[in-house]
Design a protein around this ligand. Structure first.
Ligand code: C2E
Ligand code: CA
Ligand code: CA
Ligand code: CA
Length: 279
C-alpha cells in the first residue's frame, strides 16, 4: 500500500455519500494545507546511460496530512484542479523547487535542472508566464535550470495559445518536457509546432518492455521518433535491470524510476546528490 492507516478509506469508502463527505473534508483541508505548511516536495533523479550520472530531478508533491498521513498527488491533485487550488499550490511548487535548486547549487551538488509538473489548469492560467518569470527573478535561478513537464492534454484547448505560451517560456530559457508521452489524445502534429526539448515515455509502455512485443515496438518507435525530431527521450517508471537493458538496446539513454531511486525527501535526495558526485 502506498500509505498507511486512515487514508485507505479515501479509496475504499462504503458508497458515494461517505466518499463525498470525505472529499469535502479533504477539499477544506487542502485549502489550509498551504498555509499550514503541510505540502512537501520529494525529488526523483533522472540519470544518463550509465545509470549514475544525474541529468535532472523531478519534483513530486506530497501532502503530509495531520490525520491521514502522507497523501499521494494522485489523490489530491485532481481535487486541486477541480477547485482551482492548483493555482496557488502550483505557485508554491514552482517557488519551492526553484529555491531548492538555488540551495543545491550553493552547496555544489545541484543536478543540471529541476523539473516541475504543470497541470492543464495551471498551463491555461493567464498568469503562468509571469509566475515563472517572477519566480526565477526572485530566486535568482537561471532559467536553463528549470524544466517544465506538461502533458499532451494542453493540446485539447486553444492550440495557438498553447504554442504561444510554450514559445514564450522557451524564449526565457526554460526547457520543456512532454510528460506521459503516448497516452494522450492529441495527434503527432503538435510535435512539429511545439518547442519541446524532451519526450518522457510513459511508464505504461516501459512496464512490459521486453515482455510484450507491442510495448517493445512502441518504445523503440518513440525513441527513434524523438531522436529524428531532435528531442531527448526519458523512459519513466524504470524498475528493473531487464527494462534498462531493453531500453539501452533501443537507444534510450535517459532513465527515471525506482531502478535508479524512489522519489526522496529533500535531506535524502541531497545525500543522494552528494554521493553521486563522489562517484
Ligand atoms: P507523473 O508526473 O507521471 O510522475 C511519475 C509518477 O510515477 C510519480 O508518482 C512517481 O513517484 C512514480 N514513479 C516514479 N518511478 C516509478 C517506478 O519505477 N515505478 C512506478 N510504479 N512508479 C514510479 P507520484 O509522485 O505519486 O505522482 C503522481 C502524479 O501526480 C504525477 O505523475 C503528476 O501527474 C502528478 N504530480 C505530482 N507532483 C505534482 C506537482 O507538483 N504538480 C502537479 N500539477 N502535478 C503533480
Ligand atoms: Ca511528471
Ligand atoms: Ca509521467
Ligand atoms: Ca503519469
Amino acid at each position: 500500500a502506498k500509505h498507511s492507516g486512515d487514508s485507505r478509506h479515501l479509496k475504499f469508502a462504503d458508497g458515494m455519500a461517505q466518499r463525498s463527505i470525505t472529499m469535502m473534508n479533504m477539499e477544506n483541508d487542502l485549502r489550509h494545507a498551504l498555509n499550514r505548511d503541510e505540502l512537501e516536495l520529494h525529488y526523483q533523479p533522472k540519470v544518463g546511460f550509465d545509470g549514475r550520472t544525474v541529468v535532472g530531478a523531478e519534483a513530486l508533491i506530497r501532502w503530509r496530512h495531520p490525520r491521514l498521513g502522507l497523501i499521494s498527488p494522485a489523490e489530491f491533485i485532481p481535487l486541486a484542479e477541480d477547485s482551482g487550488l492548483i493555482i496557488p499550490i502550483g505557485r508554491w511548487t514552482l517557488a519551492t523547487a526553484c529555491q531548492q535548486m538555488v540551495e543545491w547549487r550553493r552547496r555544489g551538488v545541484a543536478p543540471p535542472s529541476v523539473s516541475v509538473n504543470v497541470s492543464v489548469r495551471q498551463f491555461n492560467d493567464s498568469a503562468l508566464i509571469e509566475t515563472v518569470r517572477e519566480t526565477l527573478a526572485r530566486t535568482g535561478l537561471p532559467a536553463t535550470c528549470l524544466d517544465l513537464e506538461i502533458t499532451e492534454s494542453v493540446m485539447t484547448g486553444d492550440v495557438e495559445r498553447a504554442v504561444n505560451t510554450l514559445t514564450t517560456l522557451k524564449a526565457m530559457g526554460v526547457t520543456l518536457s512532454m510528460d506521459d508521452f503516448g497516452t494522450g489524445y492529441s495527434s503527432l502534429n503538435y510535435l512539429k509546432t511545439f518547442p519541446i526539448d524532451t519526450l518522457k515515455i510513459d511508464q505504461t509502455f516501459v512496464r512490459d518492455v521486453g515482455q510484450n512485443p507491442k510495448d517493445t515496438a512502441i518504445v523503440a518507435t518513440i525513441v527513434s521518433l524523438a531522436r529524428n525530431l531532435g528531442f531527448n527521450v526519458v523512459a519513466e517508471g524504470v524498475e528493473t535491470e531487464d527494462q534498462v537493458a531493453l531500453l539501452r538496446e533501443n537507444n534510450c539513454r535517459l532513465f527515471q524510476g525506482y531502478w535508479v531511486s524512489r522519489p526522496l525527501a529533500v535531506a535524502d535526495f541531497t545525500d543522494y546528490l552528494a554521493q553521486a558526485r563522489e562517484g
